[in-house]
Design a protein. Structure first.
Ligand SMILES: NC(=O)c1ccc[n+]([C@@H]2O[C@H](COP(=O)([O-])OP(=O)(O)OC[C@H]3O[C@@H](n4cnc5c(N)ncnc54)[C@H](OP(=O)(O)O)[C@@H]3O)[C@@H](O)[C@H]2O)c1
Ligand SMILES: NC(=O)c1ccc[n+]([C@@H]2O[C@H](COP(=O)([O-])OP(=O)(O)OC[C@H]3O[C@@H](n4cnc5c(N)ncnc54)[C@H](OP(=O)(O)O)[C@@H]3O)[C@@H](O)[C@H]2O)c1
Lengths: 100, 453, 100, 453
């Protein structure tokens, strides 16, 4: 039964994802790409559960390795997106502002 | 924290991810959007750690710190021009993480067949994403040849791998166990498949591939979410999946090619364009300066070459000088100029070019015949008139910026070489075209020097 | 735990609802109003479960009454929306078409 | 069917609802969207009936058929002008259904406190929606006085009801049982509360109220969904909730009032507008015909009076005659003209007015001074210039169509009476204004007759 709930969540998220992202203007497509990439690091949640779980050493080690890789994705992704977006920001303030 | 509480926090995190993506939709709020999204990630990680089932923290802490440091350093050091490679690498990390999460989930007790299937999906998609991304990174950073690697029996070999992968998956699901030899076969085959899928794709098509792989890494996270019954993985993963597919689609459309064409056929192999001949009229910086000085309206059309030459700053300088000189200056951005969607926007933003001077292809084309000088800076395919005129051209039908209809066109590049698509460009032989050969940054700098001195 | 899944579904649906509906142009606001109204008849699903359930006669009668009322909402809502929208349609075809 | 299968079908139904709403976003696909949405409803109903827990079908069948017949007949017979009343009635049915669903859910065994709370919510919201909608219907259809009913101790009484409602709810949740006297108290109080909440709101504000009640009926379905652990109720219910809130918001904005102001204060009671005086210049159909015949550009500005007079067909006829006569004809639609958002669009669509002749307020205002004749058909508030000029006017700040800036204005109405807001209109005394008194349909028909004969 849980799987069915998850299916509903999946369906809704996919629709919502399409609605949200198709609104992003071309200007922001590169930050969107790297920002979305950072979000894909969410798999770290699964990694943490495995790493800290009691399913044995192998599972913990796999989990810990997964934590490391996912963390690269998360930290790197958000920071680089932020770097990029700050540039866009700078431009706005160098203007009269209020430009969106 | 109880499972219910943790899951309620996941709902909060999911809402923040959604808000974040929503705010990423406008330059004014995008920074905040990214912050919200990272806050969501922090919340998701934090409440997961508070799960009382988590026994050992040391290992986790070490792993997390190592990962964060690597990620942070790479993010700080990367050049804006190398964004595609960077995203590819990060994407690969995400992929291998999903693979491992799936693998580790096999050690849980009492998995149902459904769970096993989703575990397998997360392993397969994660593995493909990983090896494909690494190969894409290799091609883009020119660690290896960026050419499409095509060999005779490729399709047969790939079909074989795919069949093997499916067979091993089925066999594994029939008798799932962490020691099953089929598990190792599945992992190996999915890694191999990722490599084989990316091999026949040329380096210049990599951005499409990366965007697609990005989508896959989201799907892998989704699959992992089903495997461990976790909401937040599904919500966040499917957002990423949607983003990747939309961007892939945009790129394919702007290149006037189908996704299938990108994935399965080495580019340009299909048709032979009509041979282009004519007289090339080179120009030197001094003469270019004289013409620009007299121009009333100037449009810069940047392309991949501007990124390579890192010419964006000096371009902005020239733009400002021209404006002071009384000319109207715009920057015409083609949707697939460069190597990523929005690539030029990021570079010009980096160089502090004012926002309202950027115009899109649809807006500049109707008024391009009123432009005195169109300065093409390291762009090639996106201004190739054969996309409009030559039905035999492989890029026929791709929408372009019609710089050939401007009064004068300067083309700044290093040689008569072709661009990404490998197609000859009749623009270079146009009556109103002047070629300013050399590295874009140096050429522009020379013109700027004329202005100043 | 089920309630938490439902909360996630609720959150996603609300966001999605706002995204979808804020895109509807002013021209279509009246049909949107009656169309949404028809959807609110979804409570009929709950009514059916009660009406057919085994929680006793009272529950069945309440459920049956609810089925009737919800059905008014559903049938009436969809039909009237359809009537309205068909008018919009007619106009389109009386035009050269392709107008959206 | 197993519960899992049923719920999977609910996922399908939810997807169809979403698709349907998406397609409702454009006139070209809206009919299909409504079909998809109704298909979703059919699926949801069908799979629920296949639930093996459903024992008796006879009762259900009879109830469903009665409901369907009532709904279908009402839907077929209703005039397009009475849409608000219609929606109010349907809305009321939905509300009472949610109340009953909640009530019936109390008979289930083993409800948790959380479930009891959601049951109560569904009863309270459903009850308010029901009685509020019925009262709104009464006011709109003039079964009862449409005026705002205000009496001295109103706020105190309402606060008392609210406190009682909350108290009874808490008491009920502490010892939930179907025989609990508090249950009946809650039902009675929520019905009473719906009435009391709508009483002080004037008939003309009813559309805002109906839209809000529509939103509530969605929320009631949501609450019922939590009460019986049902996904599809939550998804569909929250879509309705969102739609209602967005529409309410749009109306309030276009009226330049806050929702709080609509709900809690009888309209116009606040400020006294500057008294308007001046000379009224009536005109007869023959003279109006002469002026219209000479006009190069004519803009119709329809309002609630056109709906009352059912003048849309004859207006379209006049528009066509004017076009044949060489004039440029447009229809300027104010966002809150009439009594529902989009009301005028529906009426003009009914009369087959071509789509591209409808222009929005923002588009017509900048070019209104080039309009030779603006024909105001039963509109009043939406063309009242005191919204622009008179800071003392209760409608000051509301965006209007600036017909007073057109070269000539014809105002078609039956008297000098004021419109929905009860505010005097200086437009009627303008130098360039001519009043064509009488029922809008007859007045226009008279002009049309002049044209023809
Ligand atoms: N943006 C995307 O999302 C995306 C994704 C996938 C594929 N693509 C493809 O990429 C292409 C982009 O078109 P484009 O016009 O931007 O680039 P292009 O067609 O690849 O041409 C780039 C040109 O820049 C010149 N160049 C390279 N380095 C230079 C330097 N240092 N100074 C001056 N010139 C230099 C090169 O000529 P020389 O060697 O003679 O200097 C080359 O012809 C399109 O075909 C598009 O379909 C784009
Ligand atoms: N559209 C919405 O969503 C919405 C929602 C809530 C509130 N409202 C409010 O409703 C108002 C709408 O403005 P409006 O300008 O359309 O309408 P209005 O201000 O209510 O004026 C309607 C006018 O039509 C005239 N009329 C009535 N019957 C007529 C007939 N048979 N023939 C000719 N004229 C007739 C009346 O004058 P006589 O009696 O002299 O004929 C009246 O002045 C706004 O104040 C708006 O805020 C709209």
């Amino acid at each position: 039964m849980e799987a069915v709930f998850l299916a509903m969540v999946l369906m809704l998220s996919i629709f919502l994802g399409f609605e949200l992202i198709s609104k992003v203007p071309a200007t922001l497509h590169t930050p969107l790409m790297s920002g979305a990439n950072a979000i894909s690091g969410i798999t770290i949640v699964g990694a943490l559960i495995s790493a800290g779980g009691e399913a044995g050493a192998m599972s913990s080690y796999l989990g810990a390795a997964a934590v490391m890789f996912a963390m690269i994705n998360v930290a790197g992704g958000y920071l680089v997106t932020n770097r990029m977006l700050s540039m866009f920001k700078k431009k706005d303030t160098s203007q009269t502002g209020g430009k969106s | 924290m109880s499972t219910v509480m943790i899951n309620l926090w996941y709902v909060v995190a999911a809402a923040l991810f959604i808000f974040g993506l929503k705010q990423l939709g406008s330059p004014a709020t995008a920074v905040r959007g990214n912050m919200l999204s990272s806050l969501a990630m922090v919340i998701a990680i934090a409440v997961t750690l508070l799960n009382k089932e988590i026994l050992t923290f040391e290992l986790i802490l070490v792993a997390a710190i190592i990962g964060a440091v690597i990620g942070a350093i790479t993010a700080q050091k990367v050049e804006m021009t190398s964004m595609p490679e960077m995203v590819a690498l990060f994407n690969g990390s995400g992929g291998i993480a999903s693979l491992m999460v799936g693998w580790a989930a096999l050690y849980n007790m009492g998995n149902t067949t459904f769970t096993d299937v989703t575990i397998l999906l997360s392993i397969v998609i994660g593995g493909m994403t990983f090896s494909g991304s690494i190969l894409a990174w290799g091609k883009l950073s020119e660690v290896m040849t960026s050419a499409a690697v095509v060999f005779g029996a490729q399709r047969i070999v790939n079909a074989g791998i795919l069949v093997g992968l499916i067979a091993c998956s089925v066999l594994f699901c029939m008798d799932p166990s962490v020691d099953s030899p089929y598990l190792y076969a599945v992992i190996a085959l999915s890694l191999l498949f990722g490599v084989m899928a990316v091999l026949p794709i040329g380096g210049a098509d990599m951005p499409v591939v990366i965007s697609l792989l990005n989508s896959y890494s989201g799907l892998a996270a989704c699959a992992a979410g089903f495997a461990i019954n976790n909401n937040i993985l599904i919500v966040a993963g499917s957002m990423v999946g949607a983003a990747g597919i939309i961007l892939t689609n945009i790129m394919c459309k702007a290149m006037n090619r189908s996704l299938g064409h990108v994935l399965f056929s080495g580019f340009g192999a299909v048709k032979q364009a009509t041979k282009v001949e004519g007289e090339v009229k080179p120009i030197v910086a001094e003469d270019a300066f004289l013409i620009l000085e007299a121009a009333q309206s100037v449009t810069f059309v940047p392309g991949y070459g501007m990124a390579v030459a890192q010419a964006q700053h000096v371009v902005r300088e020239l733009g400002e000088l021209l404006e002071k000189n009384g000319a109207e200056v715009t920057y015409a951005i083609h949707p697939v100029a460069g190597r990523m969607p929005g690539h030029m926007n990021v570079l010009l933003a980096e160089a502090n070019v004012p926002y309202d001077q950027l115009v899109e292809m649809e807006d500049i084309n109707p008024r391009i015949d009123n432009v005195d000088v169109a300065v093409v800076i390291g762009a090639n395919d996106v201004v190739n008139p054969s996309a409009r005129n030559d039905e035999n051209s492989p890029i026929y039908g791709m929408p372009i910026i019609n710089v050939d209809q401007a009064r004068t066109v300067f083309v700044l590049k290093r040689s008569m070489g072709s661009g990404f698509s490998g197609v000859d460009n009749p623009l270079f032989f146009g009556d109103n075209t002047r070629m300013l050969f050399g590295d874009a940054k140096q050429s522009i700098a020379a013109v700027v020097a004329e202005f100043k001195g």
